[in-house]
Design a protein around this ligand. Structure first.
Ligand code: PLP
Length: 411
């Protein structure tokens, strides 16, 4: 570094995923779009590679008056947004615990505020060993590190034993602990924890020292693209039954659910056992917001509030989203089937924007695939494919290409 201070962070020269996506664009410009598959993008694209934006949401956006988008929003979010986003996150479920909401710039802001308020500088944040890289970036940015537990057993189930081992170890070392669980439709694997997995997690906390505090951050960024909305919310009552020393925090992202990625809208919602814990959540998180981005964008808050105030409009948004979700699910299934057909191992997959393929040499395989015009993201333990950004037809083609590449390099 020349002038900038590293401050315990590892700062790369460029964002890895955006770097690969740029190379994909360059190649497409040179050899033609039809010869390039860009499976790097974390947004839902149509079969021609164009960003999908819900028309119903776009119409509401275009109808906003200056007051509805240009005025400052309160630090914690507008009252109408807070009401709406609770419904958006919980669906038909009404939590028994005390809920408070703090608006955030995307789900990312919710992660940042949770780590800054529920862990101490120098602490470790517990995440799965397949994880969304910004968890580490955000942790480092505010003086924390991540520690990983093994996500899957040999049989491809949630590894509750390794989770427990890491929780107990960190609770010995730290007074407080932030745990991030991204489910359903986990990024990067597409895995969804079952209700039983969540009950097993609860059982662990019932036996951990009650004087240690755990913030259980449930990153539900992809909840509306996993399948039936209510079925995938069935784990919520388990959060309500957590012991008092565990604070479930829902990390909600409007980016995917409403296809407004760039508008930077999300929320963190606590389900607290006492009003005091909920009020403290609100005060501490609003303080953090004020000290980092101040208030959030008003326009998407107004859009979401309007959708929830108008049942007809809400129905239109839901129906439109359901069509695209079904398209996404078909792509995921096509990838799974093709992987099975050619004998390519996948990391346990359920649904969502991404699927992953485990391998010992992901960087090498990804570089080789790039030469063939297939752009995917190498991670520590495998390669991530965004089925959200690739047509069903190409989802069927990719597994055999990965397999062939792995065999070629491993000869
Ligand atoms: N969590 C996960 C696992 C994600 O993949 C994303 C987006 O890619 C987010 C949270 C939050 O995204 P945003 O800040 O755009 O809402």
């Amino acid at each position: 570094m020349i002038f900038a201070r590293e401050n315990g962070r590892t700062i790369p020269k460029e964002d890895k995923i955006f770097g690969i996506a740029n190379r994909a664009k360059e190649m497409a410009a040179k050899v033609g779009k039809d010869k390039v598959i860009n499976g790097t993008i974390g947004a839902l694209m149509d079969d021609e590679g164009k960003l999908i934006v819900l028309k119903s949401v776009d119409r509401v956006f275009k109808s906003l008056t200056p007051d509805e988008y240009a005025a400052y929003a309160p630090i914690g979010g507008t009252p109408e947004f807070k009401e709406a986003v609770k419904k958006a996150a919980f669906g038909k479920y009404e939590p028994k615990g005390f809920t408070e909401v703090c608006a955030t710039p995307g789900g990312t802001g919710a992660i940042r505020n949770t780590i800054s308020n529920y862990s101490a500088p120098g602490d470790r944040v517990l995440v799965a060993d397949w994880f969304w890289a910004p968890y580490k970036t955000i942790s480092q940015e505010i003086g924390r590190e991540v520690q990983t537990f093994r996500f899957f057993t040999e049989e491809g189930r949630f590894d509750i034993d390794d989770f427990k081992k890491n929780v107990l170890e960190l609770l010995e070392l730290q007074q407080s602990l932030v745990i991030i669980i991204n489910s359903p439709a986990h990024n990067p694997t597409g895995y969804s924890l079952s209700v039983t997995d969540w009950r097993n997690i609860k059982a662990i906390f019932e036996k951990t020292p009650q004087d240690k505090h755990v913030a259980l951050f449930c990153d539900v960024a992809y909840i509306d693209f996993a399948g039936d909305e209510e079925q995938y919310r069935q784990f919520l009552p388990v959060l309500d039954e957590m012991p008092e020393n565990v604070l479930p925090v829902i990390g909600y992202s409007a980016s995917k659910t409403f296809t407004i990625y760039g508008m930077r809208c999300g929320a963190m919602i606590c389900i607290a056992k006492t009003p005091a814990i909920a009020i403290e959540f609100k005060q501490a998180c609003e303080f953090s917001s004020r000290g980092s981005w101040s208030n959030c964008n008003r326009a998407p808050q107004t859009i979401i509030a309007k959708i929830y105030q108008d049942p007809e409009l809400k129905k239109m948004v839901d129906e439109e989203r359901a069509e695209y979700r079904d398209m996404l699910l078909r792509r995921g299934r096509a990838f799974e089937e093709a992987a099975k057909e050619c004998g390519l191992e996948m990391v346990p997959f359920d649904a969502g924007f991404f699927a992953s393929v485990p391998m010992p040499n992901p960087d090498e395989v990804a570089a080789e695939l790039e030469k063939e015009g297939i752009f995917l993201v190498p991670l520590a333990k495998g390669i991530r494919v965004s089925v959200a950004s690739v047509s069903e037809e190409n989802c069927r083609k990719i597994p055999a290409r990965i397999k062939a590449c792995m065999e070629k390099l491993n000869k």
